[in-house]
Design a protein around this ligand. Sequence first.
Ligand code: ZN
Length: 217
Amino acid sequence: MSQVIVESEISQALQDYKQLAERLVRKGSVFSLFKLQTELIRKHSSGDDEELVQEMIFDFMEILKQVVDENVTCPKCNKPYTFRICTGLSREHDNGIELTCEVCGDCYSHSEQRELVTYFNINAWKEADHLRRRSRGFTVTYTLESLAAKAVLFIYDDMLKRPELRINGHRVFDPAEVKTYWEHSKRIIKQWKNGEEIIEESSRVGDGVFYRLDEVI
Ligand SMILES: [Zn+2]
C-alpha cells in the first residue's frame, strides 16, 4: 500500500472520529467523552511504554480541544470557552481538561483520576480572595469541600481563635453574593465581639457555633 493511500485513510478515520466527537460534545458529553476515551486508551495500551500512552492521550485531548472550540459555548454568555489541557497533574498518570468562560468566570474541570466534574466560578473565587485580604480578625475561604449550606460562619468559643467564613464554591457563583455573605459575617462578628445578642439562629458543633448565612438572606 502506498504512503499516500495510508495517509488518506488515516485522515478519513480522523475525520470520522471528529464527527462522532462533535455529536457527543454537542449533546453536552464533553467530560464523559474525555473520561471514556482516556480510559480506553489506557486499557488498550496496557503494557506499552508510558511515554507513548501519554502521547496518545495528548493527541486525543488536542482533538477534543478543537471539537469543543468549534462546538461549545457558555450557555450563560453564548461565548466559546477557553479550553486548557492540563498534563502531568500532581497525581501520577493523570491528565485533565478545563473549560473556562472568560466573560462570566464559570469554570468546569475534570481529570482522569477524579470521579466528578469540578464546577465553580473564578470571579466568585477571586472576590472571596480579595475580601479575605481585606478581612480583619476573621478568615474567608471559597471551598470546594462538601458543605450543605451556601455559606457558613463558624465562631469558636475560644475568642483567640479567628472566626471562619466558608463559602461553598459548588453553590455560589456570583461575586456579589460572596460579598453579601462577607458583609453579613462582619455584622455578626462585630456583635459577637461586643458581647451583643446575635439574633441569627446558630447550631453548636464541637468547640464553637455555626451560622448558616444563606437561610437568613
Ligand atoms: Zn459565561
